[in-house]
Structure formats: structure tokens, C-alpha cells
Design a protein around this ligand. Sequence first.
Ligand code: PGA
Length: 249
Amino acid sequence: MRKHIVAGNWKMNNDLPQTELLITELLKQNKTSDAEVMVAPTFTNLWQAFESLRQESIEVIAQNMHFAENGAYTGEISASMLKSIGIETVILGHSERRAYFNETDESLAKKVDAALANDMRIIFCFGEELADRKSGNHEAIVESQIKNALFHLEADAFKNIVLAYEPVWAIGTGETASPEQAQDMHAFIRKTLAVKYGNDVAESVSILYGGSVKPNNAKEIFGKPDVDGGLIGGAALKAEDFYAIVNAF
Ligand code: PGA
């Protein structure tokens, strides 16, 4: 069976005291579902979060990394640096990284390779913009994003890859893809994987949905057969809301 995963992407929110407070609140929550829970604090708070949660069933993950191992890349962080403080999973390709920091399929393919070379697990994000959805181009865009960044990999690599479909028009906008839209796209993604890697791989990869998932819509979205969890932004900043989503499974 595929893993259910709910990951909170805290983005550029929460300084150190706020991070500690949110973790304290998270630890008061009751988990009643089988979902794996992850949170992605900003770089400066990763170590503290890792220390606070190392005995708990919440994994601390990174929001990004560079593709190089080390060197003259001022302001950047490598996979081995993350690994050295205990971080095993990284989010790559978030639409905000693509839109504001010029991340491309090509640079993401390099990041994917670097993460895998360091035995890290990846949550790989992609998704179409509103204009693509309106013009009916959404499947073609998603297919090309996946192919360009991931289809140079061997099938085995997908053991360490989680996919996150995040339609750009639904992120932080309060506008969610309908459960049917999410299901249709997730089924399309799984079919795309099956054509390239076969059914076993396609059926084993968890595909998360992201974009304005809230306590009041999570159950319906997670109820769809090809939706294996969520990548949560805004609602991940409130412990109760986040766990209402975790427990929607
Ligand atoms: P949102 O963000 O839940 O605030 O829409 C989702 C994401 O960016 O991963």
C-alpha cells in the first residue's frame, strides 16, 4: 500500500521562538490517522526543530537545497549539509522557487540527482498555472515538468521520490482544485509514470495534492483514490488545523 503523507511547508514564516512554540503546540496534538507527518521549517530553524522532534513521529524536512556538493555558491545549502544535521527529506521544485528564484526543469533535474546521490528522499513539486488550466494545457504542462526533471532516472530511484501536484492557481489563494480535478490529474500522473516505468512503480509512488488544503476540505480531497496526502502551506502554521488535516485520513 502507498504511504499516506501530510507535510507542512512553513515557507519563510516563523523565527526561532515561533518555531519552538509551533512545535510545542504540534506535540500536544493527537494523531489518529496512519499518515506520515513532516514539517519544513526555514533553514535557520532546521537544527532546533530536528533536535526537538528527533524522538517524535514528526519528520523535519528542508524546503530546498542546491545541486552542488559545496563550493562558491554564496547563500546556498547542499544536500550533505542537510544530511549532516539529520535531515533526510527535501522539497524540490516548489512553484514559488520556480517563479521567484528561476528554478527550471533543468536545474531541478540536477537537484534531484544531488539529493538522490546523498540518499535523500524528495518531495518533488510541479503544477500548472491558471492560464494553462484555462487553455486546457494543464496535463501537457504537468507531463513535461515531470519528464524533464525526473525521467532520466532509473525506476529504482522512485523509492525515494514523492510527487506533489500543486496547481499554482490554488496555492495560497483559498482556491482549491476540486476533489475531482485533483483525482483526474493524479490519475493522469500515475498513468504517465506507468507508461515510462510500469505499473509497479506507478502504483507505489505517493502523490500528494497541495494548494489551499484546509481542515474543511481535506477529507474530501484525501478520499480520492489517487490522492495519497497533502503538502500544506497556510494551514500548517496552526497546529490544530494541521492535525485536523493529518487526521482527515
Ligand atoms: P497553501 O500552500 O496550502 O497555503 O495553498 C501550499 C503549498 O505552497 O505547498
